[in-house]
Design a protein around this ligand. Sequence first.
Ligand code: ZN
Length: 282
Amino acid sequence: MKLVRFGDPGQERPGVVDTSGTLRDLSSLVADWAGDALGDAFLARLRSIDPTTLPAVPAETRLGPPVGLVRNIIAVGLNYSDHAAETGATVPPEPILFSKATASIIGPNDDVVIPKASEHTDWEVELGVVIGSRASHVSEADALAHVAGYCVVNDISERAWQLHRHGQWLKGKSADTFCPFGPWLVTRDEVANPQALPMWLEVNGHRYQNGSTATMVYGVAFLIHYISQLFTLLPGDLITTGTPPGVGMGQTPPIYLKPGDVMSLGIDGLGIQRQDVRAFDG
Ligand code: ZN
């Protein structure tokens, strides 16, 4: 299933996209895509319902982020060996983890705002993983059973704030609008292999990132296992798993986002995002 939330910012309602691509309103069956609604039991019950019996939502309706309550965004740094090389870093012997402030979350096609005084705002297409059930000390073999679904994330980054403000990366990853999320959450039963997904990102029609989750250093199952030894993952937590090569910082000379730019990005089977970039306007 493709789980979505639709409506104005802060007022989104839960829905699904049916097999014909029609958006259906699910608010009579579930309050929001959050907590237990992301668990196997509820999703299994939902599969027995014919979505064509639910109200259709106009196709032009805004999509919000597909999860209503994300308590943690856990991001993975330098998780593609070729991206590590372009940034001049070496592949770490254990995953690098950092967080993003949850206030950075926006819908998949909302505007991205360059922060006040920023000169180094950059893009990163990433595979997002949403946790469906509490995960503490899980084995790598059991890890994927804790996934609700997969999605596209644009891990927007202010490079100077990330790298030259005396730590930690959180500083450069968390500004408002820095986490476009969606368009939908594809439940894990529909993603046969999360380590074989082509992914791409374009700015103004030029393709800068063209990769695949096949070249991740630490795969999704290992990451969940690893994180769950450090702290408990909760339903709705979003893990964003790192980016392939082709970020702006890696260009010669580096290229950063400016007002008027248009980003589009996608992952096979998980949908496409599109964001207009605009200046901070107070
Ligand atoms: Zn990233």
